[in-house]
Design a protein around this ligand. Sequence first.
Ligand code: N01
Length: 543
Amino acid sequence: RPAAQHPARPAPGEPELDAAVVGAGFAGLYQLYRLRRLGLRTRVFEACGDIGGTWYRNRYPGARCDIESAAYSYSFSPELDQEWEWSERYAAQPEILRYLHHVADRFDLRRDITLGTRVDRAVYDEARHIWRLTTDTGEAVTARFVVLATGCMSAVKEPDVPGADTFAGRTLHTADWPHEGADLAGRRVAVIGTGCSAVQLIPVLAEQAAALTVFQRTPVYALPAHNRPLTAAETAELKARYPEYRAAQRRSRGGTLVEPPTGSALKADEAERTAAYEAGWNSGLLSGLLRTYTDILTDRAANETAAEHIRAKIRAIVADPATAEALSPRTYPFGTKRPCLDSGYYAAYNRPHVRLVDLARTPLTRITPGGIRTAEGEHPADAIVFATGFDALTGSQLAVDIVGKDGVTLREKWAGGPRNHLGLLSAGFPNLFTVLGPLSPSVLSNAVFSIEQHVEWITDCIAHLRGAGLTEIDATPEAEDRWCAHVAETAAATLYPDTASWYTGANVPGKPRVFLAYAGGADRYREACEASARDGYRGFALS
Ligand code: N01
């Protein structure tokens, strides 16, 4: 069906836009598509020079998705499913970006997207039920509804390392990689950080650099990706069963088709457990090993059995026993920091020019003009790559100066951690929806899957308000309190909250320690959202 044409001009007394969407990644593009089909005057503002969000910015060598391509794609259009072909089990960044360009063109989205324009302030007009937005290009615009599609991994964490600005060589951040690429061939390269970005980058850099030194503060648990090209037969088979695949995905716990865990790791005998972990390890799936037994994420002793299985694998891959031990996580349970998928990460340490510096043993003291100094001495470098991550989940929203009812800012309200109802609206900030934000399944689910669920709920909600002649929706403080308590209780039943990670805000100095995602499953979460809507948007005040 062609997109509904929205009226070019607002009626007298109406805001200029029915809806403003902030961000043109997976979330913003789909939100535009849906709101336009409602006939809403909608504009998307995107800070970057082009669409793509995460996949526009994270273009470091080796960047690829670690959720299977078919799962990590839009499900809303059967035609799109049929016409697009993924080349690999795990698509690389350029292919995902091409997909998003295809989507933008196919659905004629670009005409309502303003690029290179960052929304830097949003102020709510309580009398008129509208938001007044201003941008870094000096534009001012009014909108009834605002959707923050700003991504949960888009506010780059500045490297909090003394002397970073004194380095005489080249500095790079994985999330801000130059479009023309960085020629690191023949250079002495230092990488700071060993999260998922570094795990993908390091094997590729090891091919190019003359010397590669990796500075690790905390080791990760990385599982083999077993990435490979998809065959024509696999693609044909997938296309033939897409309708059933999408239906199964919709019923799933997190948007990927993984068998649910069964039984306790502690009750299984060793042979059975080893076989289960071996199958998980060999599956190539991020959650393959995590979802073997029901107690891996709830019981420390159960978790330890899986953790030790992975450590044994590391010892088998990495030739030098001291390096293997330094790469083996021992200070936190498996899965409580996000695991990574490995395409040659551990094996890279077997190359003679790749070296691991264990900062837990020899802390980093400062960056100097010539390299990196640790307690054991100076490590010269021509280039430093910061793979130091993000101010996750709340950073991109708090980067906008948002002023709600009674002049309260979102920064003030969230000083002790994010608060909202169902991860969708924060009380006192009406008509301001969040996609994939804090206190929703977000980073514990397949992002594209959760984006679609949020966008569809938000669109239905706006349609409901307009149909009923209403102009405002706000979360009630009581519902918000209940939801925040439920999210915290759900997390407390797991091993997640005790680990210092970006899930808990611990990676950003001064950030409140709160578990930032809903750990109860995307299926339960969807049901809670749908139940609220069925019940006349229970937990929200409509006027
Ligand atoms: O960032 P991270 P990332 N001195 O925060 C270290 C998604 N993603 O960009 O653990 C020394 O995970 C820090 O050490 P520590 C995915 O959800 C997905 O890698 O805080 N080290 C850590 O090792 C992922 O989880 C894909 O002790 C410092 C690293 O830097 C999320 O994005 C690919 C330091 C940061 O790791 C973030 O991943 C890539 C310092 N001062 C990313 N500061 C997919 O495949 C930080 N570190 C889909």
